[in-house]
Design a protein around this ligand. Structure first.
Ligand code: PLZ
Length: 445
C-alpha cells in the first residue's frame, strides 16, 4: 500500500467551496505568487487518489480534468508511486548527458514500441510538452535543411518563445510577449462544426495556402495536434490528417504530431494519429506519459532524429530518473488495465448523456471527442454563436458542487472532460449528473 489514509471513494462536501483553509491559502498566495499564474479551482489540494481530489478543508471532489490530461492512470496509483519511491531511494539525478542510467533507455524502448509505425525509431527525453515540440522543430530543420514551420488555426503548442509563435490564441498565451520566432506560418485547419468542410476540402485549402504562400520546398515541418486541445477539442473531419500527412511525404516535409494532450490512451488508442492510420515522422509526447511527473519526448524516424549530431539535443533534467520511473509505472498501468479500452467505455457513457443534454437545452451546439477527450461546445440557442459566459458559469457551478471540469476553446465556449481513464462508472455517472444539473440550472436563469 502506498498510503496510510483510508481510501477515498466518494464526492463529499463538508464546507462551502472554497472552505476556510483554502481561503486562507488564497490570501497567502496573493502576497507571494505571481498574478500571471492563475488557477481554475478555488480550493487547495491536500491529497488525491484515483479520480478524487481532497482539499485542505476535507472536501472531496471528482476530477474530470486529470491535471489537463496528465494523470490518465489516476492519481497516486501504486505502480507509479512505488516505482518513484524506489528510484528516489537510489538516486534522483545524475544528468543523462553526464552519467546515464537504464530508465531512460527503457522509456525510449517503450516509446519505440508504442508509437505508430514499425520503422526504426529514436527518442530523446525532455521535461515539458513545449520543450518536446520545440525540439521536434529543431530536429526537422536540421534533417531537412529548411526553416519554415506550418501550424494551424486554433493550435496550442506551448508557452516558450518558439511554441508561443506556434500557438494561435493571443490572450492569454501570447499577448504582450512578442517578438515571436520567425518562419512560422499559420493556415486553416479542419473544424467541421464551424467550417462545414469535408476533410479532403479542408486539407486542399491548407495545402493550397502552403504551396502559394510559403512553397512546399521551403517547409521543414507541419506541426499538428491530431485532435486540437486548448483550441477547443476540435476533431478534424475524416481524411484531413491523412491528406496532410501524404502531402508532407510527397514534399519532403516532416509531419510532426503534437500528441502532448492526445497521447497515452486518452483518445481510446495509444496515440490519436492511429485513428486514421497516420504514421507521423516525429511525435511529441508529454503529460500522460509519466502519470504526473514532468517528462516529455520526441520520438521519430531514426534517420531524421539522428540527423542531429551528438551534443545537439539535451538539457540538464531531460529524462530525469524519477520521471522515467514514473513513466514506466504509468505505461505498465495502461497496459495491464487496458486503459485505451477504458477510454472508449467512458466515451460511450458520456456522449449519449451530453447529446441528450444538448437536445433538452438547445445551448450545446456540438458534442464531440474521442475516447475520454470529450467536449460540449456552448452556443446561443439556434445559432452557432459562442456562449463563453454560460460556459464559465457552468464550470463554476460544477466546481462549487465538487466536480472539476475545465473549459477551453479559442472562443472560451467549450466544457471539456478529461477524466482519469481508470475512473469508476459510479463516479463518472455522479460527475455527469452534477454537470447536467449545472447546465439546466444555469440555462433556466
Ligand atoms: N502541446 C497539444 O496541450 C499543454 C497548457 C495549459 P507543456 N496544454 C496545456 C496552459 O495554459 O499552459 C500542451 C498541449 C499541446 C503542447 C503543450 C505544452 O505542454 O507541458 O505545458 O509545456
Amino acid at each position: 500500500m502506498t498510503t496510510t489514509e483510508p481510501a477515498l471513494r466518494h464526492r463529499k462536501l463538508v464546507t462551502e467551496i472554497p472552505g476556510p483553509a483554502s481561503r486562507e491559502l488564497q490570501a497567502r498566495r496573493a502576497g507571494v505568487v505571481a498574478a500571471g499564474v492563475s488557477s481554475v479551482l478555488p480550493v487547495y489540494v491536500a491529497s488525491a487518489e484515483g479520480g478524487l481530489l481532497t482539499d485542505v478543508d476535507g472536501n472531496t471532489l471528482i476530477d474530470f480534468g486529470s491535471g489537463i490530461a496528465v494523470t490518465n492512470v489516476g492519481h497516486n496509483v501504486p505502480a507509479v508511486v512505488d516505482r518513484v519511491r524506489e528510484q528516489v531511494g537510489k538516486f534522483t539525478h545524475t544528468c543523462f548527458m553526464i552519467a546515464p542510467y537504464e530508465g531512460y533507455i527503457e522509456v525510449c524502448e517503450a516509446l519505440a514500441e508504442l508509437t505508430p509505425g514499425d520503422h526504426e525509431k529514436r527518442s530523446v527525453l525532455f521535461n515539458s510538452g513545449a520543450e518536446a515540440v520545440e525540439n521536434a522543430v529543431k530536429i526537422a530543420r536540421v534533417a531537412t535543411g529548411r526553416q519554415a514551420v506550418v501550424v494551424f488555426d486554433h493550435a496550442y503548442h506551448g508557452r516558450t518563445n518558439l511554441t508561443m509563435a506556434l500557438t494561435a490564441k493571443s490572450v492569454p498565451y501570447k499577448h504582450g510577449f512578442g517578438p515571436f520566432a520567425p518562419e512560422v506560418y499559420r493556415v486553416p485547419g479542419s473544424y467541421p462544426f464551424r467550417d462545414g468542410l469535408s476533410g479532403a476540402e479542408a486539407a486542399a485549402v491548407a495545402i493550397d495556402r502552403i504551396e502559394k504562400q510559403i512553397g512546399g520546398d521551403q517547409v521543414a515541418a507541419v506541426v499538428i495536434e491530431p485532435i486540437q486541445g486548448e483550441g477547443g477539442f476540435i476533431e478534424p473531419a475524416p481524411g484531413f490528417l491523412p491528406a496532410l500527412s501524404a502531402w508532407c511525404t510527397a514534399n519532403g516535409v516532416v509531419f510532426v504530431a503534437d500528441e502532448v494532450q492526445t497521447g497515452f490512451c486518452r483518445t481510446g488508442e495509444w496515440f490519436a494519429s492511429s485513428h486514421e492510420d497516420v504514421v507521423p515522422d516525429l511525435i511529441a509526447t508529454a503529460k500522460g506519459i509519466a502519470g504526473g511527473l514532468p517528462l516529455a519526448a520526441v520520438t521519430g524516424r531514426a534517420e531524421l532524429v539522428d540527423a542531429v549530431p551528438a551534443g545537439g539535443l539535451g538539457g540538464t533534467y531531460g529524462g530525469n530518473p524519477v520521471a522515467c520511473a514514473a513513466a514506466l509505472g504509468s505505461i505498465e498501468t495502461m497496459r495491464t488495465q487496458n486503459l485505451a479500452e477504458s477510454a472508449r467505455r467512458i466515451h460511450d457513457i458520456v456522449v449519449p448523456r451530453l447529446r441528450a443534454l444538448a437536445e433538452r437545452t438547445g445551448v450545446i451546439g456540438d458534442v464531440r471527442g474521442r475516447g475520454a477527450m470529450l467536449a460540449a461546445e456552448f452556443v446561443k440557442p439556434g445559432t452557432n454563436e459562442p456562449d463563453a459566459a454560460l460556459t464559465s458559469r457552468v464550470a463554476k457551478a460544477c466546481h462549487a458542487a465538487g466536480v472539476v471540469v475545465l473549459t477551453c476553446g479559442t472562443y472560451g465556449n467549450i466544457v471539456r472532460l478529461l477524466p482519469p481513464l481508470s475512473l469508476s462508472d459510479e463516479l463518472l455517472d455522479e460527475g455527469l449528473s452534477v454537470l447536467e444539473h449545472a447546465v439546466l440550472t444555469e440555462v433556466s436563469l
